[in-house]
Design a protein around this ligand. Structure first.
Ligand code: SF4
Length: 443
């Protein structure tokens, strides 16, 4: 049986696509092996968001060919779309597949017994990418207790720093029946949490069905226990979605809403579609309905023109808002994006210092969020593996909770009373279901 190893260098959406490709390859007779182990085929799903995409890709190819010199290497993903020309000069690559053809990659492979290194890579690539709603060829099984369910792709927003609209193309939604087909299969397979993923999932729209309608349909599947929304743009969260989240028995009270900057001039230069006030109003509405909401965000530091005042505005905005964590990114110029033409670039040392400041602020906000849970009893979905004798899992609002590993099994959901917080983790002990604080236990 030929072996296939798959590796993702990108985001959650790419991970769900890799899992889907793995499913197709398994059905074609491949045996999956862990990345880093000997293999006959390597599929690399790349990212183009950071400057290191090419370096990461070269490294992964070299690492694989060291232990498997004859492995056939196929590269796909965002960097295969935006950096196909550069990838053609990376030694050891046999096939490059752009975004348009990504999910058909298994069709372009030679028959498993014909896998051979090629003198030069074959290129399957088109500059333009379909706008049609789509179906996917399989089911994205993962080795986690939660499964990623792709519902959307592409983005029309054209933020001035972002390469994703070029790498993934215009907005399109997955056909609702196909989403429901996969949701049923994943839930039937035992996944306790489905995470809805896409590039701009708030823009989901298929034959009049919007995101909240799709969520209702998924909730109607009896085997589905928990649903979580991944990152969602602030301008795409309608009040109806917040009301539904507040009332639902299955949708986690959790939102990750990128803020990027707390300064209106910078937001405008980023071509973001909201002001700081708009963002604060949205968060205010959400917390009025769900005081226990878990709220994450992305912050970008060092965008061209971010002067001391603009950064101070971001710091104060972050300080004011009830975030439970912030992902802090440094701006890096991506060739082809509008922001590369902007003046007033910020020196790397200043960017480092600002990142550090926001990361510290994020840590103190996370601590305050966690401490608010002490004494509460919440239902926790436990994950694989243990950390120094503790098994960890997450609540609906994405608080990470640890209990002694021997007291719970991976993949189970239990009520836990939280007794303390240390090193970014809440600790607790198992409790009776009747003790759960949330109005809806998400069990
Ligand atoms: S919303 Fe902006 S940052 Fe997000 S994918 Fe679209 S263009 Fe990129």
């Amino acid at each position: 049986m030929p072996r296939a190893s798959l590796h993702t260098l990108g985001c959650r959406l790419s991970q769900s696509e890799t899992a889907m490709l793995a499913d197709t390859l398994t059905r074609q007779g491949y045996r999956l092996v862990e990345f880093g182990k000997e293999t006959d085929l390597l599929v690399l799903n790349t990212c183009s968001v950071t400057e290191n995409a090419e370096k990461d890709c070269r490294y992964a190819v070299r690492k694989t060919l060291r232990h498997s010199p004859n492995a056939f290497v196929a590269v796909t993903g965002c960097y295969a779309q935006t950096g196909a020309a550069q990838l053609q000069s990376v030694p050891g690559i046999d096939l490059i597949v752009g975004t348009q053809y990504k999910m058909n990659l298994p069709e372009y492979l030679p028959a498993p017994d014909q896998l051979r290194k090629q003198p030069e890579p074959e290129l399957r690539h088109s500059r333009t990418i379909d706008r049609e709603d789509f179906v996917l060829p399989g089911t994205a099984y993962s080795d986690s207790t939660r499964a990623l369910l792709k519902i959307q792709d592409g983005c029309d927003f054209m933020c001035s720093f972002c390469l994703i609209p070029f790498a993934r193309g215009r907005e399109r939604s997955r056909v609702a029946e196909d989403v429901l087909r996969e949701a049923r299969e994943l839930a039937g397979h035992g996944y306790k949490e489905l995470v809805l993923t896409g590039v701009n999932i708030g823009r989901y729209s298929h034959h009049g069905m919007e995101l909240v309608d799709l969520i209702r349909e998924i909730e109607a599947i009896p085997e589905v226990i928990r649903i979580r929304i991944s990152s969602i743009e602030p301008t795409t969260v309608p009040p109806e979605l917040l009301r539904h989240m507040a009332a639902s028995t299955k949708l986690c009270r959790y939102l990750h809403i990128p803020l990027q900057s707390g300064d209106d001039h910078i937001l405008q230069a980023m071509n973001r579609r909201y002001t700081v006030r708009d963002y604060e109003d949205l968060i205010d509405q959400a917390f009025r309905l769900m005081p226990d909401l878990g709220l994450g965000t992305d912050l970008m530091v060092g965008f061209p023109g971010e002067d001391e005042q603009a950064f101070a505005n971001t710091r104060h905005t972050v300080d004011r808002l009830p975030f439970s964590y912030c992902h802090v990114f440094s701006y890096s110029s991506r060739p082809g994006t509008a922001a590369t033409r902007l003046e007033h670039k910020i020196p790397a040392a200043v960017i480092r210092q600002r990142s550090k400041t926001l990361a510290e602020l994020s840590r103190s906000k996370a601590l305050a969020f966690y401490q608010r849970h002490i004494g509460r009893t919440e239902s926790v979905l436990f994950e694989q593996g243990d950390r120094d004798g503790f098994r960890t899992g997450t609540t609906g609002n994405f608080t990470r909770v640890a209990v002694p590993a021997e007291t719970v099994a991976a993949g189970s959901i239990h009520p836990v009373t939280i007794t303390g917080v240390m090193d970014g983790l809440a600790y607790g002990h198992l409790a009776a279901p009747s003790a759960i604080h949330s109005r809806r236990p998400l069990l």
